[in-house]
Design a protein around this ligand. Structure first.
Ligand SMILES: *[C@@H]1O[C@H](CO)[C@@H](O)[C@H](O)[C@H]1NC(C)=O
Length: 100
């Protein structure tokens, strides 16, 4: 029981001495975990979606905006927009579809 107590004391001392180390660690883990999965998915899906686009970079960047907002990208290189209604319904100020 005594050793458990001193272990706890040691741990809490460590936490007090090096809070920034632990905080950075936790923040990094938190930032990495949820962000990586959807965005890497979007990268892959948008790569496919824009494969045949005239201006890949432009298509890809719009696609990524749509994907991160909608969490989906229609399949194929064009059309199929009903698969992702959220993308289909995103329009710019001129009423044109924003998403590739
Ligand atoms: C729609 O998606 C399918 C695959 O899911 C694809 O084969 C087809 O080419 C796509 N349509 C268009 C117009 O790209």
């Amino acid at each position: 029981m005594k050793s458990l107590f001193s272990t706890l004391l040691l741990v809490s001392l460590l936490l007090m001495i090096a809070p920034s180390f632990f905080l950075v660690d936790a923040a990094e883990a938190e930032a990495a975990a949820p962000a990586v999965t959807p965005s890497s998915n979007c990268n892959a899906m948008c790569n496919k979606r824009c494969e045949k686009a005239g201006i890949f970079k432009r298509c890809f960047s719009y696609c990524c905006v749509c994907c991160s907002k909608c969490n989906c990208v229609p399949s194929g290189t064009s059309g199929n927009k009903s698969e992702c209604p959220c993308c289909r319904d995103m329009v710019n100020s001129k009423g044109k579809s924003k998403c590739p």
